[in-house]
Design a protein around this ligand. Structure first.
Ligand code: SF4
Ligand code: SF4
Length: 436
């Protein structure tokens, strides 16, 4: 299939060689250890807790039920006893409601999902949320109120350092395809397109072997960040442009990550709920790895499993370096959207001194959303949120290309991210005023 490309973007150092060829290993579960499972691991309402302190639970047993349509189920990732129903660490917002469970049986025998009334209800019961990091509940994406003709499977994994999607594509190629075909058939779609960046030739070759059997199309994407952004992927693979403020369904498309496709396959074919995922642990650790981890496992255990830190860690990021979140506690648990744990040493961190904008225009050239970050930055600094709204900050995908490319080291993307909540309030008020 042709590649149509997208405007802007950057070519950061990819730094994937430490883990891209390493087969996924499973982190052993030990009797006595405690997992801390947040009830809010997805976009939307946190799940409603279903268990009480001292209750026995098994792997795959629901411990939280979806609190509305934009929410999803949370399952126990271990077999053992609930030792606390309270709060647990979360990379956003300190502590959030969650359930702590002490392991009493280290096996991986999970409770099979019961038959649901529909495909979408089954995906909700399986607790599947987008595994690329956005964590949008998958059953919502699979219930589009508009006509859809194309399913894009996102195997770009354009974030530097991360290789968990790469390993899924090499190790579970046919299961990704089967999961994608299930979605295509359930939603009666015309096109199934699997998109992979060209820096993963082994994954591309693996998919090619199945192309004629399953009748999908393969797009080999240019290696460019943020190629995996939904809007950029849709433009690159289908030459369709999602209008400002709209979702992919507006142009007839649904996008799912490769890991999500596997989770859907596992739920439909094996009745498996989402209680574990692959995490890339890399950067300043002795042995970087791709690890299958039970949800709720503290990141300290993953770091220990990788031989511990190299040198003194200065920053730990959950996710990739461009869009990940810095964590402040090693007790922070792995969640459904945790694609990586990246450890920086002092010397890995850039000089953080900011200088005045020199109006070089690089941020404007690289913004994949066609925004003017330098102008928006002036409004952020002066707290002029009405103006920021008029300059379309809500269209910012927080990719960080502008900050990366800025010679004055302005923390542009961070400012836009924190301002968006205030701007959303302004836009809501404007809409209410317009509608009387
Ligand atoms: S973070 Fe926002 S403003 Fe900056 S390049 Fe990305 S989309 Fe553009
Ligand atoms: S890249 Fe930085 S210095 Fe250049 S115009 Fe943008 S904000 Fe200003």
């Amino acid at each position: 299939m042709p590649y149509f490309g997208f405007k802007g973007g950057i070519h950061p150092k990819y730094n994937k060689s430490a883990t891209q060829s390493k087969t996924t290993v499973t982190l052993p579960v030990e009797i006595g250890e405690v997992v801390h499972i947040p009830l809010s691991q997805h976009i939307g309402a946190p799940a409603k807790v279903l268990v009480k302190k001292n209750q026995q639970v098994r792997v795959g047993e629901p411990i939280g039920e979806a609190a509305g349509f934009i929410s999803t189920t949370i399952h126990s990732s271990v077999t053992g006893k609930v030792v606390a129903v309270g709060t647990v660490e979360h990379p956003v917002g300190g502590r959030v409601p969650g359930v702590s469970i002490q392991v009493e049986d280290a096996t991986n025998d999970y409770i099979r999902l019961e038959k649901a009334g529909s495909f979408q209800k089954g995906v909700m019961a399986a607790g599947i949320a987008g595994m690329g990091g956005a964590t949008f509940p998958s059953h919502v994406k699979l219930s589009p109120p508009k006509d859809i003709d194309a399913l894009l499977i996102n195997g770009a994994e354009c974030e530097p350092y991360l290789t968990c999607d790469h390993r899924v594509m090499v190790e579970r190629t046919e299961d990704i395809i089967k999961g994608s075909v299930i979605i295509k058939e359930k939603l009666d779609l015309e096109k199934l397109i699997i998109c992979v960046e060209k820096n993963k030739p082994d994954a591309i070759e693996a998919f090619k072997k199945f192309e004629s059997t399953y009748g999908f199309e393969l797009v080999e994407l240019e290696v460019k960040y943020p190629q995996g952004g939904e809007k950029q992927l849709i433009k690159a693979a289908l030459d369709r442009v999602v209008p400002e403020g709209k979702l992919p369904m507006e142009v007839g498309v649904i996008v799912h990550n490769v890991g999500t496709a596997v989770a859907i396959y596992d739920s439909v074919e094996h009745g498996k709920p989402m209680y574990e995922r692959i995490v890339t642990v890399t950067g300043a650790v002795k042995e970087p790895k791709n690890i299958m981890v039970r949800i709720g496992t503290p990141i300290s255990k993953l770091i220990e499993y990788c031989g511990g830190f190299v040198g003194t860690p200065r920053k730990i990021v959950m996710g990739g370096p461009m869009m990940g979140l810095a964590v402040t506690s090693l007790d922070t648990p792995v969640m459904k959207g945790t694609s990586g744990i990246l450890i920086y040493k002092e010397e890995d961190l850039p000089n953080l001194n900011q200088y005045k904008c020199m109006r070089c225009g690089r941020c404007v050239e690289t913004c994949p959303m066609g925004l003017v970050p330098s102008a928006m930055d002036r409004f952020v600094v002066k707290e002029l949120y009405e103006e920021l709204a008029d300059w379309h900050v809500m269209n910012c995908i927080e990719c960080g290309c502008c900050s990366y490319t800025c010679p004055s080291r302005r923390t542009l993307a961070g400012g836009f991210k924190t301002s968006k909540r205030l701007v959303a309030g302004i836009l809501r008020a404007r809409e209410e005023k317009k509608n009387g």
